[in-house]
Design a protein around this ligand. Structure first.
Ligand code: GRG
Length: 336
């Protein structure tokens, strides 16, 4: 399928997009229906996710008890403990276990990844950014606590993420230092923030597939890459394994976004827990808008295949959760 690459996006999109090309070939749309999960590889991913998410929730709750200044901590806890899928922390835990590490070694860093993610959701919903009133099925943080508190709760969560990763981890200090650096790089001006800037700069413009992919690789995939890489680091994995999981996280991040775009069209606000149809209402470029719903679905399937490729060579049993996680995300429409 020929996808027209239309206009460019102002700096820094092109330089970042071309840098990205070295790591991940542009998504191709395939006309064939890709393979389904191996029938013999049955695994209850839903139960695995629920169990891991339950442990992450408990760890987050312990990490951030209510204390003075109470309204600030209440605002932080409101969003942090709201019902999210916990994809990033589960990614960290599963990647740690993939290389033979223990869940406890990775839990504080896993929680830090979720804290950073939640901070970005709070800030993203603000009237000055994406202006959304609903998040995870509840009033957004600024609706519940006011704009000032939402900004500060996001900032406080962001700081606490690094504090918690550094102070609560019982693992060799070199691993902790590396993980903290990974998270910082993924979040900052060449990571998540760059993606948000690109998004703002492209608002109201027609963009092509390459620019769209550049936005998502930064806005969504960078933190997933870091979450997966951090799991391997905390589990004491080899360098090559860190890089493989980084690539897996990158593909998973893109997959999340393609699925998110599809669900924005196909799901209701109640099903999504956030405003449905917002992308098209705001004139945002999305995968379904550029490719059509069916081809966007095929892109998602192709990304599942790429994620599975990155797991080849690892212990098959230990790789199971991650193998199924990609398919779980592609199937989210059914799970919701
Ligand atoms: C202040 C450093 C700093 C960053 C903020 C606002 C912003 C910059 C970035 C926006 C990032 C953003 C909201 C990206 C979208 C990521 C995404 C796919 C969110 C949905 O993730 P899910 O599906 O949601 O994992 P749950 O609710 O399940 O966690």
């Amino acid at each position: 399928m020929n996808v027209p690459v239309m206009t460019t996006c102002p700096s820094p999109s092109w330089s970042l997009a071309s840098r990205r090309r070295r790591f991940l070939p542009a998504v191709r749309c395939v006309s064939s229906v890709p393979k389904v999960a191996d029938e013999a590889d049955l695994f209850d991913l839903k139960q695995y996710m629920a169990e891991k998410a339950r442990r992450v929730d408990a760890a987050l709750d312990r990490a951030l008890p209510l204390r003075p200044p109470e309204r600030l901590f209440a605002a932080m806890r409101y969003s942090l403990l709201s019902p999210g899928k916990r994809v990033r922390p589960v990614l960290t835990l599963a990647a740690c276990e993939l290389v033979g590490g223990d869940e406890s070694a990775a839990m504080p860093v896993a929680c830090a990844a979720e804290m950073i993610h939640v901070m970005s959701l709070i800030h993203d919903d603000l009237p000055c950014i994406d202006n959304d009133d609903v998040r995870r099925g509840r009033p957004a943080n600024h609706v519940a606590f006011g704009e000032g508190f939402a900004v500060l709760a996001g900032d406080a969560l962001h700081c606490f993420a690094y504090e918690h990763a550094a102070a609560a981890t019982r693992a060799p200090p070199d691993r902790v230092l590396r993980a903290v650096a990974e998270l910082g790089r993924a979040t900052g001006a060449e990571g998540l923030l760059a993606g948000q800037i690109m998004d703002i700069e492209c608002e109201g413009k027609e963009v092509g597939l390459e620019v769209l992919e550049g936005i998502h690789l930064h806005k969504t995939a960078k933190l997933m890459e870091a979450a997966a890489a951090c799991g391997v680091i905390m589990g004491g994995g080899r360098e090559e394994e860190v890089e493989r999981l980084r690539r897996y996280g990158r593909v998973l991040g893109l997959l999340c976004q393609v699925v998110d775009d599809i669900m924005d069209v196909t799901k209701t606000t109640e099903e999504l827990g956030k405003t449905a149809g917002k992308d098209s209402a705001c004139g945002k470029t999305t995968y379904p808008k550029l490719l059509g719903l069916e081809a966007a679905g095929r892109v998602a399937e192709e990304l599942v295949g790429k994620a599975e490729e990155e797991l080849q060579g690892f212990d098959r049993n230990r790789a199971r959760p991650l193998r199924h996680l990609a398919r779980y995300i592609a199937n989210l429409a059914r799970y919701n």
